[in-house]
Write a new protein. Structure first.
Lengths: 187, 946
């Protein structure tokens, strides 16, 4: 690894701290010790400055590495969609494979045994929606809620809570509903 | 339900059983927020010399909350919150880069903090790079590469995007020689079921792994994670903490201080718990006393308002000053009044003089004189003089302190004179006098009326007083009845108002009917018309007009104000004389009344009580937020909870419960090879549960899971539920233990777990090798001789037993027997598409597979098949070095073995995807000296990344 390949770039913009720093002379707060003569106001580097590792040498990093362009391009949604898409394509491919195998081999059952089941992916291991009817809880207190207010849709425990529910203004009632994941769609 | 009756009952109920705001909440269980943690300087980097060129594995647990790292040989890892912050310090304008707890040392840095994880997904690789930099700096690494094998956790079934970019960082930026990905839950399970030396790790159990943003349930069978049965619930500690925050914000919408995520996290981990029986707990908490008893109060910081204390002297001085000012003002006012009076007096004198001075001037001259003064006529002059005179008299009287005396009756002499006797002037005068007389008389009448009323009132009061003195009880009862009647009237009105808002209510419809009938041409129906003589009598009765008020909903009701006033007087009387009538019985108090339950749920402090108003009372919330792990639906996440997920697994593992009617295949399975041991084995998976991850420390979690298992497993099954010994660290410790085990340290062994740099360069960053502690997606199935990896993986799905459910191969044995990683199992060459197939050894079976793969290769999606040969044939952005060029690549020179591996792989792929000029026909001949990798490419790569 050629150490000289990284130019001694004092002029590198500060934020580009991903440049290998091992060729730079160590600068920064950690090395600075407060002058102890006590005449002038001693500048003690703050804790944060001491904790900062921006200028610590990182000899172990490959100076020739360039960042993957993909690194920042994808957001969470993209990644999950890609994953789902990939899974779908894979399943399709497997299906084709299986059909071909069945065609090639009359003993379809045996062929099916050879084809691997799909590998579990991030999307396939997601727990299914709940099938158990879940308990109705009072939106205000969290106690059991046998009643539902027909105007707001809020569940409530008893008549004293109903008094509160009646007094809620619609936007707060909506907030309560959204805590339960019921979001009215406003068009 | 009839709301009216409920409300009436409610009103009665109120007066008996409700405690009032008079009792200030006096909480017992108050907790103060912890003072903010001050980060300390990290320990100096370890001396690296012990590990220099020793290839000690580095173990990294890349959790979404905490990053833990260290050499596999150390007993405890470094650890810190997995976040970095780039920040420019204000004072010195110095850029800073902080990791973990260091971020808290600079107040502004918190806002700049970035974590590698976005929820459950590893996504921010800039942050990951910075965090890994910190980790390697702390390990003291000063060589040009990180020359250590890496073991690192990744999310269960991690998306391949995350894995690819992590591998890229590791191999290309840090140039590590090899990388093994582990699933944290499985490694924690390993740590808690460490096999004795020289025995195979083959524990059964169920891992419930609590992550920050998700919770996973992974069955482990004979040491291997059955990922095809694993499930992830999208609910974790961060969701619980957010849910808690939301509940607090709803409960205290006007809380004075901002509540942060850190604070709710602290509450979650310190006070929340899982109810072993949630419905029973809710029943118990219905009682306000129990609700109060269960509450936890969090006191937020507050500052008492500074009350200025003044001494007597100061107060006296201030009062004196104020008096002085008042006096000055009074004096000034008196002065101006005096001046005005003087002016008026002089005016009067002047005008009277003017009047008297009218000598023998002609009328014209006189008028001219008057007009010069701005007066129109003589009469006007008289008026002015009279007015001035009156004013002066009044002022003097006032000065003398007299009250205004009633005016004597003015005389109206002309009123009684017949018109005939009067001339025109006098007639006018008479008219005027008549009017004045009428007005005067009306005033007198009104005065009399008033007097009479006063008298009557006095009489009434007297009578009431007598009544009161005679029979206080009766009087009070009467008044209370009146009060109640008024209150119910007010309530009725309010209800009517509310009902009018609803278009469908009876009240609203009656109103519409009224409007319609008022608008109709003939209001009176014909039949009725005939009866009453054909006349519309609307308006004859004054009450008829009330209909207009009734249909106008916006009109303010006079009655309402009257009623409130009457109510007020009644209440005042009762308050004054009835000792049993307290302020809490007044209408105002009752209207703002809160039930015991409501005030127990959220006690209200006096407005001036700053300390009380910065308290948060938590009662049902403490269990409610944890209950969401078992029913995420209650917080709006449509997913099965922990209990349901585990219950769904039962049929796959407990044969007696998998009814043969719908799971015939699996019951076949169980009866096939070794029914007894196998099924007993499999069902033991569910009866040994390990909870790991920090949220598993929430009290009650094991007990709850125990009761869940008890309800879903056959009666009498011994159930063992426990937490990991060190819920936070065990994943790291398990990996460290694994990195020290013979299984990993022996060279051929490691190759079965980790991806080497050469392999990375060939396969790209998404591939891993399938082993017991890692993920399967993007996996390459590596069988070593003696171990047939068929179950679970190959069998997949619920018919996991398709291959008998036994991995009877012994990894260690296999390794020792062959001694050579690329040994004999050439027959397994049918990797493509057939990784799950039992590979009985060198035999004819695979040739079919291979041939098929070759056929499928060019025709099916090109990404899946062309990937490995991307080096020479496709040009993509990724730096993919073909096997042949790997030696020339940067980084440590590949070992001899790696080169050999590469050659093998190249040979295999050339067989599968022949270049022009290659001979396809002889592939079966070369198989026996095939390679150790039986690669299975499951992933057609739609993104054409390589």
């Amino acid at each position: 690894m050629a150490l000289s390949s990284a130019s001694p770039s004092y002029l590198t913009p500060i934020h580009d701290k991903l440049m290998p720093k091992h060729v730079l002379p160590p600068k920064g707060g950690l090395k600075k010790k407060a002058p102890s003569d006590g005449t002038a106001t001693p500048i003690t580097p703050s804790l944060a400055v001491q904790l900062s590792y921006l200028h610590h040498p990182r000899p172990f990093k490959n100076p020739n590495y360039t960042k993957n362009v993909n690194r920042r391009a994808k957001n969470l949604k993209n990644v999950l969609t890609a994953e789902r898409e990939r899974e779908r394509a894979e399943r399709e491919a497997r299906r084709l494979e299986r059909e071909e195998a069945a065609k090639a081999n009359l003993n379809a059952a045996a062929a099916a045994g050879d084809i691997p089941e799909e590998a579990p992916t991030y999307t396939t291991i997601e727990a299914p929606p709940s099938l158990i009817p879940h308990k109705h809880l009072c939106d205000i207190t969290g106690l059991e809620a046998p009643y539902t207010d027909p105007t707001t849709g809020l569940r409530f425990h008893d008549k004293s809570i109903y008094e509160i529910v009646k007094g809620l203004n619609p936007s707060i009632a909506k907030d309560y509903l959204s805590a339960r994941g019921v979001n009215s769609i406003v068009k | 339900m009839d709301v009216g009756t409920v409300l009436c009952l409610f009103a009665v109920y109120l007066s008996f059983s409700f405690n009032t705001m008079d009792n200030p909440p006096n909480p017992q269980n108050i907790h103060y927020l912890p003072t903010t943690y001050q980060a300390s300087l990290p320990p100096p980097a370890e001396p690296y010399d012990n590990h220099r060129s020793a290839h000690t594995p580095i173990v990294i647990d890349n959790g979404s909350t905490n990053l833990r790292w260290g050499f596999g040989t150390s007993s405890t890892p470094f650890s810190g919150p997995n976040a970095i912050a780039k920040y420019k310090e204000r004072k010195t304008n110095k850029p800073l880069l902080l990791f973990g707890e260091g971020i808290d040392s600079e107040s502004g840095a918190r806002g700049q903090a970035k974590t590698p994880w976005e929820g459950d997904i590893l996504l921010n690789f800039d942050a990951l790079e910075n965090a890994l930099d910190y980790a390697f700096i702390q390990l003291g690494i000063d060589t040009p590469t990180v020359d250590h094998p890496i073991l690192m956790t990744e999310r269960l079934c991690s998306p391949l995007h995350s894995r690819a970019l992590t591998s890229e960082l590791m191999f290309e930026l840090y140039s590590v020689p090899s990388l093994t990905y582990c699933v944290d839950g499985l490694m924690s399970f390993y740590q808690n079921h460490l096999p004795p030396p020289d025995t195979r790790y083959s524990a059964n159990g169920l891992v419930v792994s609590f992550n920050t943003a998700s919770t996973s349930v992974i069955p482990v069978y004979r040491g291997k994670g059955l990922l095809n049965h694993a499930k992830r619930i999208p609910w974790g500690a961060s969701q619980s903490s957010e849910y808690l925050l939301k509940l607090i914000q709803l409960k205290y919408p006007t809380f004075p201080t901002r509540i942060t995520n850190i604070q709710t996290n602290w509450i979650l981990h310190n006070f929340c718990s899982v109810a072993s029986d949630f419905p029973a707990l809710l029943k118990k908490l219905q009682n306000p006393l129990n609700l109060r008893a269960s509450e936890v109060v969090i006191q937020f910081p507050f500052t008492l308002p500074v009350v200025e204390e003044k001494t007597e002297e100061e107060l006296a001085r201030i009062a004196e000053k104020r008096k002085e000012q008042g006096r000055k003002l009074q004096e000034m006012a008196a002065k101006t009044r005096m001046e005005k009076l003087l002016k008026k007096e002089s005016d009067l004198q002047y005008l009277t003089a003017l009047k008297e001075g009218r000598g023998g001037e002609s009328k014209k001259e006189w008028m001219g004189k008057l007009q010069a003064e701005g007066i129109e006529s003589e009469a006007a002059l008289d008026d002015i003089i009279k007015k001035l005179d009156n004013d002066l008299k009044k002022a003097r009287r006032k000065e003398a302190g007299e009250t205004e005396e009633p005016l004597e009756e003015p005389s109206f002499p002309l009123v009684d004179v017949p018109d005939a006797d009067l001339d025109e002037e006098s007639l006018k005068e008479k008219k005027k006098q008549k009017l004045m007389k009428a007005g005067f008389e009306a005033r007198v009448r009104a005065r009399k009326e008033k007097e009479r009323e006063r008298e009557e009132k006095e009489r009434e009061e007297k009578r009431e007083e007598e009544e009161r003195e005679e029979d206080l009880d009766g009087w009070a009862k009467r008044l209370r009845r009146e009060q109640e009647a008024l209150m119910s009237k007010i309530k009725d009105r309010a209800r009517r108002k509310a009902a009018l808002n609803d278009r469908k209510s009876a009240a609203a419809q009656a109103r519409m009917k009224n409007i319609a009938s008022l608008a109709a041409d003939d209001r009176v129906p014909k039949a009725k018309k005939r009866k009453i003589g054909g006349e519309d009598m609307f308006g004859a009765d004054d009450a008829d007009w009330a209909i207009y008020r009734k249909i106008n909903t916006a009109a303010p009701s006079d009655d309402e104000e009257d009623d409130l006033a009457a109510l007020h007087t009644i209440e005042q009387k009762l308050l004054a004389y009835d000792p049993t009538f307290t302020p809490s019985h007044t209408h105002a108090a009752l209207a703002s009344q809160r039930s015991a339950l409501v005030s127990a749920f959220r006690p209200v402090y006096d407005e001036a009580d700053v300390q009380g108003n910065t308290r948060i009372h938590l009662s049902t919330e403490l269990t409610r937020v944890c209950e969401a792990w078992f029913a995420p639906g209650m917080a709006g996440v449509d997913s099965a909870g922990l209990g349901e997920v585990i219950a769904n697994m039962v049929p796959s593992f407990v044969p007696s419960l998998s009814a043969s009617s719908f799971r015939s295949s699996s019951s076949n399975t169980f009866s096939s090879s070794r029914p007894h041991t196998s099924s007993a084995d499999r069902s033991s998976v569910l009866s040994n549960v390990l909870l790991t991850g920090l949220p598993s420390l929430i009290p009650g979690m094991p007990e709850r899971l125990h009761s869940i298992l008890q309800s879903v497993l056959p009666p009498g099954t011994p159930i063992r539920v426990r937490r990991a010994q060190d819920a936070g660290m065990d994943a790291w410790k398990g990996m460290a233990a694994f990195s020290r085990s013979r299984e990993y340290t022996t060279t051929p062994g490691r190759e079965r777990y980790s991806v080497s740099k050469a392999e990375y360069e060939e396969w790209g960053g998404e591939r891993v090798k399938i082993w017991w502690g890692g993920n399967w997606n993007g996996g390459v199935n590596v069988s070593s001789p003696g171990e047939d990896e068929e179950d679970g993986w190959g069998g997949g799905g619920d018919e996991g037993g398709g291959h008998g459910g036994d991995w009877d191969g012994d990894a260690m044995e296999g390794v020792e027997e062959t001694g050579d990683g690329h040994g004999g199992d050439g027959g397994g060459g049918g990797g493509s598409g057939g990784g799950g197939a039992p590979a009985p050894g060198p035999g004819p079976a695979p040739s079919r597979d291979l041939g098929k793969a070759v056929e499928a290769g060019p025709s099916s999606s090109s990404a899946s098949t062309s990937a490995p040969v991307a080096g020479p044939s496709t040009s993509t952005s990724e730096p993919v070095a073909g096997p042949s060029t790997s030696a020339a690549a940067d980084g440590p020179p590949p070992t001899k073995q790696e080169i050999e591996n590469a050659r093998h792989v190249e040979a295999m792929f050339r067989k599968m995807f022949p270049m022009p000029g290659d001979d396809l026909g002889d592939n079966s001949d070369e198989e026996p000296d095939g390679n150790g990798y039986e690669s299975t490419y499951y992933e057609p790569d739609p993104e054409d990344e390589w």
